[in-house]
Design a protein around this ligand. Structure first.
Ligand SMILES: [Mg+2]
Length: 358
């Protein structure tokens, strides 16, 4: 059976080491004829130098050589990580079993005895080159597999990191949304308070009054309960402002509002600044007598503040005049007429000498 060596030519050079030229030529010719590229070396040191210059695919190594023998060459090759894997086949005339054993112990893959047989040499060379190539291919596949695994692992790590970042981002986003929602609710609340309250006195403003007034008039009309509205005006407030200045006027408005608010305490009642020095009170579900008493107590609370007012014709202190309209005793009225009635009574109180309820 003939072996096709051509497929093994690409494995690389075969280094042939022998101090006997006859053997060297024999091996070189046999291998070259079979299609291999052959590099000869005449002694151990040249062999090592040749290996370092370019790694051969296989080494046929004579044991007995002057100077460095084959065992030493093999030992050095196996000691070097870079040359350790190059297969070494020993060749020697000796048939001593202990030398064969020693050769294998040093890492040789095979052994041929002299006189050399061409066919045997070719078969052993082919066998070990095939093994060497298969091994190299396996190592390459292992390397590729390892690289593929590393890439997959790197991909997994990147994916995991991205997931963590996404989770953190999502959590952060939820927090931001929650914070913004809270801020918006607070801003809305603040806006609502601003839109319903008088900035100077802190009590309800005209807008709030209008809304409550329309709502309560409809409700009272539907349920048939009672309602009182009191229009209030600070007496000679223009003169107070002229005399003390607007800053004092503002402080006076605040004090008067605070005193009146202390009397309008029921949850259903409302005290609002109607405009300028005018105020208005809504009292729900109250008798006319109680409403009148409430108006009187509001009037007294302002007088008791005892804020000096030299230009007041009614007293030496700041006072208020009040006009009270009551439902249902004035059933003919609608919400507008009822307010007009309170306003008209306020006018009467002014004319009657101020600091009083009409
Ligand atoms: Mg020799």
């Amino acid at each position: 059976m003939t072996f096709d060596h051509s497929q093994l030519k690409n494995a690389g050079d075969i280094l042939v080491v022998d101090d006997t030229l006859e053997n060297l030529y024999f091996l070189k010719n046999v291998l070259t004829d079979a299609g291999y590229r052959v590099r000869p070396a005449i002694d151990g040191e040249l062999a090592l130098r040749s290996v370092q210059a370019k790694h051969p695919a296989l080494i046929l190594l004579d044991i007995r050589m002057p100077g460095m023998d084959g065992f030493e060459v093999c030992r050095r090759l196996k000691a070097d990580e870079n040359t350790r894997s190059i297969p070494v086949i020993f060749a020697s005339a000796m048939t001593d079993v202990s030398d064969k054993v020693k050769g294998f112990e040093l890492g040789a893959v095979d052994y041929v005895t002299k006189p050399l047989n061409a066919k045997e040499v070719l078969m052993r060379v082919a066998t070990h080159l095939s093994l060497f190539m298969a091994q190299r291919q396996l190592q390459q596949q292992n390397r590729q597999l390892r690289e593929a695994i590393e890439q997959a692992e790197a991909g997994n790590r990147a994916l995991k990191l991205a997931e963590q970042q996404l989770a953190a981002y999502s959590e952060n986003l939820e927090q931001i949304v929650a914070e913004r929602t809270l801020a918006l609710a607070e801003a809305n609340q603040k806006l609502r308070e601003l839109s319903e309250h008088d900035e100077l006195t802190g009590i309800a403003n005209r807008r709030k009054f209008d809304a409550v007034w329309q709502y309560e008039c409809k409700r009272v009309s539907r349920l048939g309960t009672s309602l009182a509205v009191i229009m209030i005006d600070i007496d000679h407030f223009k003169e107070y402002n002229d005399y003390y200045g607007h800053q004092c006027g503002d402080v006076c408005l605040q004090q008067v509002a605070k005193a009146m608010a202390s009397k309008v305490q029921r949850a259903s009642d409302l005290l609002a600044r109607y405009g300028g020095e005018e105020f208005v009170v809504i009292l729900i579900g109250i008798t006319e007598a109680d409403a009148r008493q409430m108006a009187e107590s509001i009037r007294a609370s302002v007088e008791e503040l005892a804020i000096p007012h030299p230009k007041n014709s009614a007293a030496a202190v700041v006072t208020i005049s009040l006009g009270l309209a009551f439902w249902p005793s004035a059933l003919k009225y609608n919400s507008f007429a009822l307010l007009a009635e309170a306003d008209s009574r306020l006018y009467q109180a002014k004319h009657a000498g101020r600091n009083q309820v009409v």
